[in-house]
Design a protein around this ligand. Structure first.
Ligand code: ZN
Length: 741
């Protein structure tokens, strides 16, 4: 009533206005033009969709945009192809390493191999008119388009056929054009395939969280059952996941899932798919989830899944990482969703040439499985025992071996501490990357700069930080860079950081050393000076960063495969084997020498942990709460990062494991790795020189300086000659290799 009154009022007003008729005319013209345009668009669309026949259209193949890949037969065939990972054995022969999804382990199931309740459940929940429509639910589509045009989120209105297309194409953007293409594809698909084929493909491709694609995988994962044996409620639970896989995961968000599953069962009853007795039985079924344990350990990764391989043993930590590496590279290079890339790896018939070094991986597997070098904790549950992880790389980015955790491996693609599954605080092992290298590369300090062993004064007047063990140090106790680095003083890097500025150092970590787990919160004193970071770092990132000190300043992106070929034997992935210069050769040389101090100085924290018979550079790390222990370093052959700590983050008992358990396992593994290797030395560039410096001034020594030592300098950034010790200013050469540091 009130609406009518208002519009009458308006009309009266308009009649009074002289310009009213003119405006109305213009409006009418625009409206007519609009109608004609819309009409012709509509005709094109209808013709495109072949809902109307203009007479000239004879039945042709469906070549409407983008339907080529929707050949379901072909798709299913492709899905079933086994991917094989090859690797070079110790004699250099290419051998088969791992088979992903041999025919016995296909997780594709035909409709006959599924409980009949599954297809009823999915139709009842997702698309009640599935058997009567031609691929598109026009009412639902119109409603969702109106919602979209009026500013709401376009949603719903998708039939099972349309959802299948979404799953196959990975198209998820909610736009009108996407919707239009999806409708075209859905209609085309229905013209070529039966309802059963479409339903079967749909049930084999839906994502059901925890890395489960398809009902068969999910039935095994969640209920430990064959898809054939699923009950009414179990079927409802599984099909209820797909709308929001993580949000409706029955183990993690049981209530959400339950709501939807109950609607599903109710619909099944309402549509006469099940009897009232079956309905009641379903509602009262007590569900038992077997995937719970696995789910708890894998929460951090939504695409995690344990897939059985054809061998009874679990695949190596290396293969675990290799698969992740290939999936993410496929996504990055070809724009696949992680689900699509995952399906390619497991069903796409790929040939992957692993870059693993079987000898080194074998050593690591042996040491890590048997917990060698670690104190006996036999009274404890496996999950409560101390943990460790290690990555060994060469200096050109090749990952030689990976150990993701201590103890027997519990599955495939399980949580790996080595490759970023659970980053940990690096403690002092971050200092060479976050402070010392920026200091040398940016010409802020020299090797022999003398810096007080005393913290900086914070805004509240306190002096921060203290050194390990709670020592404050002294303002008059001046240290050179290697003197501060070797015993891992905290005070000196804090002072250096104050001079350099946190932003420069933070950018260094992020852009040059490619530490991938940084957050903006790490652009601060505690993270950069003493490695107290928001998330922490991974051994993989640390080894790749430290490799820069052994190869003259180049950063190589770590790679775990030499090549990936598709089913047609075409190379589809090859790692980037080119290094990127991130610091000058001079800086790399100076840092390499400086990082030998922790191993060679008598008070060095890595003293005694060098690799037998080989020059070793290394830095230890201990997080401030004593939760994490690190050793990162390298020989002329390999760079290695080792971490030790507890799964649930607790202080490491030093009485039991010693002060340096990470250094201990580092040395043990690296000694075995180097056992039969020929002598080799680091090569240094001509951009660095060894010079005598005055220990009083820290400048280059003159003949008047009574106390000298030697250090390494960039040739383009030498200190001046000492002017404190006397009047003469000519520098003295001291290239005596025996001179003490
Ligand atoms: Zn002097």
């Amino acid at each position: 009533m009130s609406t009518k009154a208002t519009s009458n009022k308006k009309k009266k007003k308009k009649k009074k206005s002289g310009a009213g008729t003119a405006i109305l005319t213009v409006f009418l013209v625009i409206f007519l033009v609009g109608v004609i345009t819309a009409g012709s668009v509509a005709l094109t669309v209808l013709k495109d969709l072949r809902l109307i026949d203009f007479g000239d259209a004879k039945p042709v193949e469906d070549e409407v945009a983008g339907v080529d890949y929707l050949d379901l037969d072909n798709y299913i065939t492709n899905q079933a192809k086994t991917t094989i990972i090859y690797a070079y054995d110790t004699d250099g022969n290419l051998v088969e390493d791992t088979r992903l999804h041999g025919s016995e382990n296909r997780l594709i199931a035909s409709l006959d191999e599924m409980s009949p309740y599954v297809k009823d459940a999915v139709v009842a929940l997702e698309d009640q008119r599935f058997y009567s429509h031609h691929g598109v639910d026009w009412y639902g589509t119109a409603r969702s388009i109106v919602t979209d045009l009026t500013g709401g989120q376009m949603q719903g209105g998708s039939t099972i056929t349309q959802q299948l297309i979404k799953n196959l194409t990975g198209e998820n953007k909610r736009t009108l054009i996407r919707k239009y293409n999806e409708i075209k594809n859905a209609l085309a698909l229905e013209r070529h395939f039966s309802k059963e084929q479409i339903l079967e493909a749909y049930l084999n491709t839906i994502y059901l969280d925890q890395g489960c694609y398809g009902i068969k995988t999910a039935a095994e994962y969640y209920f430990g059952k064959d898809a054939k044996d699923l009950t009414v409620m179990e079927s409802a639970v599984l099909v209820s996941i797909t709308q929001r896989p993580r949000g409706n995961n029955p183990i993690i968000n049981y209530e959400n899932n339950r709501k939807r599953a109950e609607i599903c069962v109710y619909n099944m009853w309402a549509f006469g798919m099940i009897t009232e007795d079956e309905y009641n039985e379903a509602m009262n079924q007590k569900l038992v989830f077997v995937g719970k344990k696995a789910a708890e350990t894998e929460l951090s990764d939504s695409t995690e899944l344990e897939v059985s391989t054809t061998t009874t043993e679990y695949q190596s930590w290396y293969t675990d990482y290799l698969i992740n590496n290939v999936i993410s590279d496929l996504s990055a290079k070809y724009g696949y969703t992680s689900g699509e890339a995952w399906r390619m790896v497991y069903y796409g018939g790929l040939k992957i040439i692993s870059a693993v070094d079987m000898r080194i991986q074998g050593i690591m597997d042996d040491v890590y499985t048997n917990r060698t070098t670690f104190a006996d904790e036999s009274g404890k549950e496996e999950s409560e025992k101390i943990q460790s992880a290690m990555v060994i790389m060469n200096y050109e980015g090749r990952i030689m071996g990976i150990a993701g955790a201590l103890g027997p491996k519990a599955g495939n693609r399980v949580l790996s501490y080595a490759t970023g599954g659970d980053p940990r605080n690096p403690g002092s092992s971050i200092k060479p990357l976050s402070v010392y290298t920026p200091a040398i590369e940016g010409n802020y300090f020299y090797w022999s700069s003398r810096i007080p062993n005393y913290g900086i004064t914070l805004a509240d007047g306190t002096v921060w930080p203290k050194n390990y063990g709670g020592y404050t140090g002294s303002i008059t106790d001046l240290k050179t860079l290697p003197q501060a680095l070797a015993p891992s003083l905290n005070t000196v890097p804090a002072r250096m950081l104050q001079t350099i500025g946190t932003s420069y150092c933070y950018a260094f970590l992020r852009d040059r050393f490619h530490i991938s787990t940084l957050t903006q919160a790490d652009n601060d004193y505690a993270p950069l000076a003493i490695g107290d970071m928001a998330h922490g770092v991974s051994p993989l990132d640390m080894s790749a960063a430290y490799a820069v000190f052994g190869n003259g300043g180049l950063y190589y992106t770590p790679y775990s495969y030499y090549e990936v070929r598709d089913a047609e034997d075409k190379v589809i992935l090859k790692p980037d084997e080119n290094g990127q210069r991130v610091i000058s050769e001079g800086t790399a040389d100076v840092m390499n020498h400086m990082l030998q101090a922790p191993v060679t100085y008598s008070n060095g924290t890595a003293n005694g942990y060098g690799v037998s018979g080989f020059t070793t550079f290394a830095k230890t790390g201990t997080s401030s709460d004593n939760y994490d222990k690190w050793m990162v370093g390298g020989t002329p052959y390999y760079v290695c990062a080792a971490w030790v700590g507890y799964k649930d983050r607790q202080a490491i008992n030093i009485n039991l494991f010693g002060t340096y358990p990470a250094a201990k396992v580092f040395k043990y593994v690296m000694n075995l790795v180097h056992e039969d290797l020929e002598e080799k030395e680091f090569e240094y560039s001509s951009d660095s020189v060894r010079r005598s410096y005055c220990t009083v001034s820290g400048m280059l020594a003159s003949s008047r300086c009574a106390s000298t030592n030697t250090g390494w300098y960039k040739i383009d950034n030498l200190p001046g000659t000492c002017t404190i010790c006397g009047s003469r200013t000519e520098p003295v050469e001291n290239n005596d290799p025996e001179a003490r540091f």
